[in-house]
Ligand binder design. Structure first.
Ligand code: AVI
Length: 324
C-alpha cells in the first residue's frame, strides 16, 4: 500500500512528496528519474522508443536478434543449471529472443524477471508460458536489490541481464556504486550482461533526446503534470521548456526543464521560487566508450569478457563475469 503524508485536508504519496521537495529545494533543482514512469510516462517512453531519432532500442534489439547464439555460448556451461535474472524486465521484448534460443537448446535454467511494477510481473507470468512453452519462470515484484537478496545464496549460478542502457540514467559514480552493489549479491562464476549506449556522433545523441515531434519534451513535462496530480502542485506546463545538451568530452547527455519566467510554484504546502531561466535537471543519459565500460567492470569487481556490438557499433551488451 502506498504510504501517505497527511495534512489537514489532503494526502500525498509520502516518498514521492519527500523526494520531489528535497530535489526542488536543493541547488541546482533536480527530480529523481524513477518518477518519470507513471502510466502516461510509460506511454510516452514507448513513443520515444518508436521515434526515428531514438536509435538506442533498435541497436540493442539488433544484438538480441542476431547475436543470442554468441551470448548463449558464454552463458551455458555444460548442463549446469542457472537462474537467468532480468533487472527491470518490462515486456522483455529483447530477452525473449535469448529465452527462446535457450529453450530450443534444452538448457536447464529458471527465468526470474524482476520488476517494480506488479502489473508487469503479472503480464509476464500470464503471457510468457503461453508464448514460450516449457519456460520455467518465477516473477519477482519489487526493488532490484531486495529481490536479488532473495535469490542470492541459493547455490544456483546466476546470470543477470541489465538491459536497455538503464545504467546510463545514473551519473558514472552512481553507476559504479550500483555495479559494486550488484557484485555483492553474486558469487565467482556468476555473469552479468549489461547494456551501454556508446559515445558516437554528438549530433545523433542530441537528436535522440530532443526529437522533432517533441515526445521527449512531453516525457519530461509529464513529471510536472504528475506532481500537479499527485502532490497538489500547480506547475504551469506552458512556463517550462525542455532543453537537452550532450557533452562529447564527458559523455553526459543531460535534459533540463527551463523556467521561462520568474515564478512561484506550490507543491503540497510549500512554495518553490524559480528565477527566469532557472533549470530543473531532469535526467542524465550517460554514454560510454568501450574502455570506460571495461574500467567500470574492473573497478566494481567484475572481469570484462566480451562486447556484443550492433552493426553500427553504437551500443554494447557487455558480458562480465564475477572476479574469482
Ligand atoms: C530508460 N533510459 C535508458 C532512457 C535513456 O535513453 O536514457 C530514458 C529516456 N529518456 C529520454 N529518452 C529516453
Amino acid at each position: 500500500m502506498i504510504s501517505m503524508l497527511a495534512d489537514n485536508k489532503t494526502t500525498y504519496p509520502k516518498q514521492f512528496y519527500a523526494d520531489a521537495l528535497a530535489g526542488l529545494t536543493t541547488y541546482p533543482k533536480q527530480l529523481p528519474v524513477k518518477y518519470f514512469y507513471d502510466a502516461e510516462g510509460d506511454r510516452l517512453f514507448q513513443q520515444i522508443m518508436n521515434c526515428p531519432e531514438y536509435y538506442v532500442t533498435d541497436c540493442e534489439l539488433e544484438i538480441f536478434t542476431q547475436q543470442t547464439g554468441v551470448m548463449a555460448d558464454h552463458i551455458i556451461r555444460g548442463g549446469e543449471p542457472f537462474d537467468l535474472i532480468e533487472l527491470g524486465a518490462g515486456d522483455c521484448t529483447k530477452s525473449r529472443h535469448l529465452l527462446s534460443l535457450l529453450l530450443a537448446t534444452d538448457t536447464n535454467f529458471i527465468y526470474k524477471p524482476i520488476d517494480i511494477s506488479t502489473s508487469t510481473i503479472q503480464f509476464l507470468e500470464t503471457t510468457l508460458p503461453i508464448d514460450l512453452p516449457g519456460l520455467r519462470l518465477i516473477g519477482m515484484n519489487g526493488d532490484y536489490f531486495d529481490m536479488l537478496a532473495q535469490t542470492a545464496g541459493n547455490g544456483t549460478r546466476k546470470v543477470v541481464l541489465c538491459l536497455g542502457a538503464n545504467i546510463g540514467n545514473m551519473p558514472v559514480a552512481e553507476a559504479q556504486d550500483f555495479c559494486i552493489k550488484l557484485r555483492s549479491y553474486l558469487s565467482p562464476g556468476d555473469m552479468v550482461i549489461i547494456g551501454f549506449d556508446l559515445k558516437k556522433d554528438p549530433h545523433l545523441i542530441r537528436a535522440a533526446y530532443d526529437d522533432e515531434q517533441g515526445i521527449t519534451a512531453r516525457f519530461n513535462l509529464n513529471l510536472l503534470s504528475r506532481m500537479n496530480r499527485d502532490l497538489g502542485a500547480d506547475f504551469d506546463l506552458g512556463q517550462f521548456k525542455h532543453y537537452c545538451i550532450y557533452d562529447p568530452a564527458s559523455g553526459a547527455c543531460k535534459s533540463y526543464l527551463i523556467s521561462l519566467e520568474k515564478q512561484r510554484v506550490k507543491i503540497g504546502d510549500e512554495i518553490i521560487a524559480f528565477q527566469k531561466n532557472e533549470y530543473i535537471w531532469m535526467e542524465i543519459s550517460q554514454k560510454y566508450d568501450l574502455a570506460e565500460v571495461d574500467e567500470l567492470a574492473v573497478s566494481s569487481g567484475f572481469t570484462p569478457v566480451k562486447h556484443l556490438l550492433d552493426s553500427k557499433e553504437w551500443f554494447t551488451d557487455a558480458i562480465w563475469t564475477v572476479k574469482q
